[in-house]
Design a protein around this ligand. Sequence first.
Ligand SMILES: Nc1ncnc2c1ncn2[C@@H]1O[C@H](COP(=O)(O)OP(=O)(O)OP(=O)(O)O)[C@@H](O)[C@H]1O
Ligand SMILES: [Mg+2]
Length: 222
Amino acid sequence: MILTFASSKGGVGKSTTCAAIASALALGGEKVLLIDLDQNRTLERWSRKAPIKGLTVSAIEPNKFGAFFRDKESSGEFDHICIDLPGSREVTMFKVLARSDLVVIPAQASEPDLREALVVVSDIRDVGETTGRSIPYRLLLTKVYPLRTRVTDFAYAELARLGLPLFRTALVERSAYREMFLNGQPPTVTEAGKGAGQEVENLLAEIRAIVAETNKSIRKAG
Ligand SMILES: Nc1ncnc2c1ncn2[C@@H]1O[C@H](COP(=O)(O)OP(=O)(O)OP(=O)(O)O)[C@@H](O)[C@H]1O
Ligand SMILES: [Mg+2]
């Protein structure tokens, strides 16, 4: 699978979710390449703290993305490629979107985050129209409070009104997600089978199902 984590809004949980999902795939025994396109190299630094077998993290200059991606994809070395985008809209983002099997758009349950998520959705649709392939995407609510609040109710109502597709799984505000950047350990290790670990496994199951369903319909159409 080629999974992209995108939002032009900063600090919504792109890198956290990307690292958590890439780790879960690698810990399950698959070979994963994580491409870190953020010039802060957050995930490359993270990966050096507690390297995970089967997970390769490469920080790439945006202008080298195309050649790097082609090389790695055609090598057959990896089962999955996860791409962490920076919180900005640049030309590389469009190149990445065009190659994605699924785009995960993290957003907090707030009006500005949802507004920004709509910008990404519109970009994804534009790229889809240009490339002649509809690119699957889902919004992912992150850092949500464990108890439903008026703000989360607003977010769910707004998403339903806009008809935006949403993961059933939401990532709750939990220390395991923050600790990941301190000790390098992903949530599926620190909270295996519970809390954040279970959330990440649930999210991964949804991701696999969406990609499998899309591939099935592509085969049918072909
Ligand atoms: N579910 C969560 N619970 C608690 N903290 C979280 C959660 N998700 C993310 N965080 C924290 O929020 C901060 C921002 O997250 P992250 O770096 O993943 O966002 P980002 O979208 O990649 O930001 P940027 O656009 O700057 O790259 C980090 O400190 C991270 O640890
Ligand atoms: Mg980031």
